[in-house]
Design a protein around this ligand. Structure first.
Ligand code: FES
Length: 195
């Protein structure tokens, strides 16, 4: 990370392709996409320099780009670890014991929400519903969703990441996607359909 930023040649092409999707004079609509491309190039951090680069490219006042960056939680306006752990604690996840997943992580890593481990590997963040309640509780790790978690399974995932492995994302119990526990069922399995 540094306080200067320029889009790489590869990302510059991507940026131009995104901007070209919008009508002339409406380039500002590309602001979120450009912030995302910028932060991915900058260790997942939309620094002041990234914001300035986006503003310049889109010919927008810097403050307008900064307003967008600070509004959306998927844009990181503070440095984060290599793995950004986003814990959903909204009601469905809470009912399925997200607190166990959070406390096991806090105990294992020695950090709490808003903090990053000393080795720069992990940042913990509390978020609202991630839209995957059917497989609660959920933790989003960078771009991937880890579902049907327990505190014990979360610690295994953290250990794997620390060792340089990336465990498979998705349900962490034996179920197919969001099928009911005990395996997929069809309408004909239901008692009222049988009778
Ligand atoms: S409440 Fe956690 S994903 Fe919806």
């Amino acid at each position: 990370m540094s306080d200067t930023f320029e889009f790489s040649q590869e990302n510059r092409k991507l940026v131009e392709a995104v901007i070209a999707k919008y009508p002339a004079g409406r380039q500002a609509s590309a602001v979120l996409a450009l912030l995302d491309i910028g932060q991915r190039q900058n260790d997942n951090y939309a620094s002041g320099a990234v914001i300035s680069a986006v503003a310049k490219l889109l010919d927008m006042p810097r403050i307008r780009v900064a307003e967008v960056a600070s509004f959306y939680t998927m844009i990181n306006t503070e440095p984060v670890g290599k793995y950004l752990l986003q814990f959903c604690t909204t009601t469905p996840c809470w009912l399925r014991d997200s607190a166990d997943v959070v406390s096991a992580t806090e105990k294992h890593l020695g950090i709490s929400f808003g903090e990053t481990t000393g080795d720069g590997l992990f940042t913990m963040r509390e978020v609202e519903c991630l839209g995957a309640c059917v497989n609660a509780p959920i933790v989003q790790i960078n771009d991937d969703m880890y579902e049907d978690l327990t505190g014990g399974r979360m610690v295994e995932i953290l250990d794997a990441l620390q060792a340089g492995d990336v465990p498979p994302h998705g349900p962490q119990i034996k179920r197919q996607t969001s099928a009911p526990m005990g395996g997929p069922r069809t309408l004909t399995d239901l008692d009222f359909v049988k009778s």
